[in-house]
Design a protein around this ligand. Structure first.
Ligand SMILES: Cc1ncc(C[n+]2csc(CCOP(=O)(O)OP(=O)(O)O)c2C)c(N)n1
Ligand SMILES: [Mg+2]
Length: 733
């Protein structure tokens, strides 16, 4: 009886052959029973209104303990879901830490009181912060496995480097680590689940997909979510997988399955799929009542398969423990759970002053001066053109983005570039005879040829896959610089961007972060781009805490801001206006491999004293055109401010200018209503009211989509004339 739960994993040493011995069976029972007692104690606390949410592992304990025992905490990696109490207990999360989550204590090590209970996180154990979103974690697991493989192939890339994000993203790897990810059967309906199977299978990644099938997704039975009612049957044809389907209420059977799965993964043969038929002893959560949708007969039948009872019966039947010993053991564990709860109830609450902590990196601020190498720029050493956009001749925005990617990939071996069509040619044998695709806009051209297919590759045509994997890669210390082919198709990835990428740091109270870069061609003015190749929508992303948003208007800014995006320690949405890629406006010579521009620093692209015009992106050249005409024809001098980054944005430059001019227009290409300008205009009205001689004016697209016919497109999007009209009106006010 002497096996301590906190060291549960270490002494097991169960080999894949032979039966479990008595001590091992008792150990398993201890973990299962303790998990159930913690759930029951939490339910009590919730009923006493000392905690605020409860969801249990009841009925899943055997399957979860088995998974935990088959793997190595702190060595393997874990992407659990909200029901994995017995798993995490087995891995080494203490009962006290679980109750600290439940009460929302400031000392809750998983989130500092920010997340619901059972939303796991432990750096020490390699348990990556869990969200409530049902299937996002499986893609993180895939990215994590890719990172492990990359570092074992390129151990030098793991070195700590001062001067950029690498100083704060420590890397550990072993070469044969396995990544476990867990998911309920209902959540296998999510596209992200299938997108994860796709890449795990294709890349033969060491990921174990653990399917905890309790037959229900809240009130929805399995056959509604899964055609035919059995997920194993549907996935059976994915190549490279090892498949197991077991009785998840039987810990021994489950353990053997996980051991075989781990062996397959460690040997580099590919991923594994372990499907356990569990039961849900209680309702979905304490906010649910399963009597509303399950028959009494069905609930009773499940209760008969309760893994706790079955295991207890086995210990008695096989004379491993006497009834008195079982009672004594259970009492001991009950006391342990109660004592842990009492400790947590005395823990300090989170401090209100910490609320904003870890929204962004506390270590490396992209606004900081070290990113301001703008003035120290040096022209490239060679004259004229080069394939990578270097040289001293004026280059387009597309060229200088491409040049930045080349430079940064050469400097930082942790960068990988992937997305749809970004490779030169996936079939490498073609590379010697073809020029290469390198992106539909050619922005990643030549990267695969220079850095190889391991660092530059095509993803499946699945946007959530692109961003979800980036989260897993970045969590391990890699720097994914991924591309979403068109802003118009970012929407399948928004779940990952909003709920995972941007939130990872805050929800884990700084323990984890996912500083990936997402490059996205955006915007219209394409003449024929139409609805699905012209969209804007940046304000949707500036509304997400934790995410930085850059939107350059010219080649030099694009080069310097992308460099900062890559070197910084926050996730960045890097918006590249398609119409500006190859414009003659804003071309510049190659500024050298260390040219960077700090975030949150606007540029006054035209000084003036009569009014301020705040803008960014494709409206910058249009506003300049209007400002020139206003000056020439009407003597109105407009100060044009290019914000360059939208989150953070440069309030000081706006405020200083408005205090000088007392009139302001905020202009953007996106639709007027609820657009980015609404926030800026509101803040100006709020904080600079006394400095204004006229109302704040806004310019934006009509509140509709962008049409195909150029006559319509011209009318829908703001034009230089639109800006000129606003300038004239505001001047006359
Ligand atoms: C993306 C998303 N959609 C909906 C929900 C709400 N929700 C939480 S759990 C759940 C059911 C999940 O069922 P299953 O995957 O079978 O896991 P189980 O809870 O049964 O273990 C739903 C619909 C959510 N958390 N995330
Ligand atoms: Mg379920």
């Amino acid at each position: 009886m002497g096996l301590a739960v906190s060291s549960a994993h270490a002494p097991m040493g169960i080999d894949a052959s032979g039966r479990l011995n008595s001590q091992e069976l008792i150990q398993i029972y201890r973990l299962m029973y303790l998990s159930r007692r913690i759930d029951d104690r939490e339910i009590l606390l919730k009923r006493q209104q000392k905690t605020f949410f409860q969801i249990s592992a009841a009925g899943h304990e055997a399957f979860q303990v088995a998974a935990g025992l088959a793997l190595k905490p702190g060595y393997d990696w874990f992407f659990p879901y909200y029901r994995d109490r017995a798993l995490t207990l087995t891995l080494g999360v203490s009962p006290t830490d679980m109750f600290l989550q439940a009460v929302g204590a400031g000392t809750d090590p998983a989130s500092g009181g920010r997340q619901m209970p059972t939303h796991w996180s432990s750096r020490e154990l390699n348990i990556v912060s869990t969200s409530s979103s049902t299937a996002t974690q499986v893609l993180h697991a895939v990215g994590c496995a890719e990172a492990g493989r990359y570092f074992s192939n390129h151990p030098d890339a793991a070195s700590r480097v001062e001067g950029d994000y690498r100083a704060f993203r420590d890397v550990t790897f072993h070469g044969d680590e396995v990544v476990l990810t867990c998911i309920g059967e209902g959540s296998t309906s999510q596209g992200e689940f299938w997108e994860a199977l796709n890449t795990a299978s294709n890349r033969k990644l060491p990921v174990i997909f653990m399917i905890e099938d309790n037959g229900y997704a809240i009130s929805v039975p399995v056959e509604v979510n899964t055609p035919g009612g059995n997920i194993s049957r549907l996935v059976a044809n994915f190549p490279n997988f090892h498949f197991e389907e077991v009785d998840g209420t039987d810990p021994e059977q489950s353990l053997r399955a996980f051991q075989r799965a781990a062996e397959h993964c460690r040997a580099g043969l590919g991923p594994a799929f372990v499907h356990g038929h569990c039961i849900r002893i209680y309702s979905h959560s304490l906010s649910d009542d399963d009597k509303l949708y399950r028959s009494a007969a069905e609930r009773e039948a499940d209760a008969m398969r309760d893994p706790i009872h079955k295991m207890q019966m086995r210990l008695l039947r096989e004379n491993i423990l006497t009834p008195e010993q079982v009672t004594a053991l259970e009492k001991e564990l009950e006391r342990e759970a109660a004592a842990a709860a009492d400790r947590a109830l005395e823990a300090p609450l989170p401090e209100l002053a910490t609320i904003q902590k870890h929204v962004y990196s506390e270590d490396l601020d992209p606004k900081r001066a070290s990113f301001a190498t703008e003035k120290a720029q040096v022209a490239g050493s060679t004259n004229g053109k080069s394939a990578s956009g270097k040289g001293s001749a004026p280059r387009t925005m597309a060229d200088l983005i491409n040049a930045c990617l080349h430079d940064e990939m050469a400097r930082d071996p942790r960068i990988v570039v992937y997305g749809e069509d970004v490779a030169d040619a996936s079939r490498e044998e073609a590379l010697s005879e073809v020029k290469g695709k390198g992106g539909v806009f050619k922005l990643t051209s030549g990267l695969q040829a220079e850095f190889g297919s391991e660092r530059v590759f095509n993803s499946p045509l699945a946007e959530a896959n692109i961003v979800g994997r980036a989260v897993g890669l970045a969590v391990r210390g890699m720097k994914p610089v991924v591309e979403i082919q068109f802003f118009d198709y970012i929407w399948p990835a928004v779940h990952q961007i909003h709920n995972e990428l941007s939130l990872m740091r805050w929800r884990s109270n700084g323990a984890w972060a996912a500083p990936a870069v997402i490059r996205v061609p955006i915007g219209g003015y394409l003449t024929g781009g139409a609805i699905y190749h012209s969209q804007s929508g940046e304000s949707i992303f500036t509304h997400i805490p934790g995410l930085r948003v850059a939107f350059p208007s010219n080649a030099l800014d694009a080069n310097g801001l992308l460099r900062t995006a890559i070197r910084c320690d926050d996730p960045v949405l890097f918006l590249e206006h398609k119409r500006l890629y190859r414009e003659s406006y804003g071309r510049a010579p190659y500024p050298g491999p260390d040219f960077a521009i700090p975030f949150g620093k606007a540029k006054i692209v035209r000084p003036g004293q009569h009014m301020t015009l705040v803008t960014y992106g494709a409206l910058v050249p249009r506003a300049l055109q209007a400002a020139q005409i206003a000056s020439r024809e009407k003597g109105i001098e407009v100060e044009v401010i290019d914000l360059r980054t939208l989150s953070p944005y440069d309030w000081d430059t706006i405020a200083t200018s408005v205090r000088k001019t007392n009139r302001v227009i905020v202009a953007h290409e996106d639709m007027l209503s609820w657009g980015y300008g609404a926030e800026i205009a509101a803040r100006i009205a709020d904080e600079l009211f006394d400095n204004l001689d006229a109302p704040v004016k806004r310019i934006g697209a009509m509140d509709t989509f962008v049409a195909y016919q150029p006559v319509l497109e011209d009318a829908i999007l703001p034009q230089p004339d639109t800006v000129l009209k606003a300038i004239t009106e505001l001047h006359a006010y």
